[in-house]
Design a protein around this ligand. Sequence first.
Ligand SMILES: Nc1ncnc2c1ncn2[C@@H]1O[C@H](COP(=O)(O)OP(=O)(O)OP(=O)(O)O)[C@@H](O)[C@H]1O
Ligand SMILES: [Mg+2]
Length: 243
Amino acid sequence: MLHNIDINKMNQLMEENKDAKQIISQLLENHHTTVSTIAHEIRNPLTLVSSSLQVMEIQHPEVKQYSHWKQTMEDVEFMCSLLNELSTFNNGSTLHHSVFSIEKLLKNIAVSFAISLDSEDSSIEFSSSIPSRLGSYTGDKVKLEEVVLNLLRNAKDAVDENGTITLSADRKKDMLIILCKDNGCGIPADKIDTIFTPFVTSKEDGTGLGLSLSKRIIEAHNGTISVDSIPTKGTTFTIKLPI
Ligand SMILES: Nc1ncnc2c1ncn2[C@@H]1O[C@H](COP(=O)(O)OP(=O)(O)OP(=O)(O)O)[C@@H](O)[C@H]1O
Ligand SMILES: [Mg+2]
């Protein structure tokens, strides 16, 4: 995994040596191709799963009454869209706009997240406060869902089994505000300035891309994302999106 120091070294190498610049650029391009290929390969069987679920629903309409059925269908559809984006090289700044209810989007995310905690028998306490006065929003629904999920997953990684996580939203004049708050480990003062930098991670299995991608997505919507954190007490991420 590349750490901040490695990235600085890599940039330095690229500046100093033309050959190194060419090789590193080629490697980065290969990396993009690999990611794109893997996404494409996963998308194929997932599309099959999605089709099978749709056939099951047609043949056995009663499944619609099962708890979590609707959410599962929406989650599968979301995964297909995500992989689609990856496989077509789309980056965080390329948006596909649509008009949608922000309340519905956030409530769906909250339900999915709560289900994922339930399925892991987690004792983390999750709550959400999403009022109905948020109105409609024009933006990239899939990418915004990705951002909020990134924040919730980070919050989950940061808390212990007695942790609490809250997702809340509000609308103030022409600004939509989304907060993701946890009472986890917090971020040390000497690390907080770099968390939005690509490949910066404190996790063994982290890519360190979640927050940098989230920032790009929010900025592409002309919004801002900021963080407040107190080590050992918790962290709050604030997203502000102009409506
Ligand atoms: N809620 C949080 N509480 C404490 N630290 C956090 C929180 N959110 C992010 N961080 C810190 O910021 C780092 C970067 O987060 P980011 O989402 O970009 O990558 P990651 O979570 O490490 O990896 P990935 O998102 O690929 O799984 C994390 O490794 C962690 O150290
Ligand atoms: Mg993350």
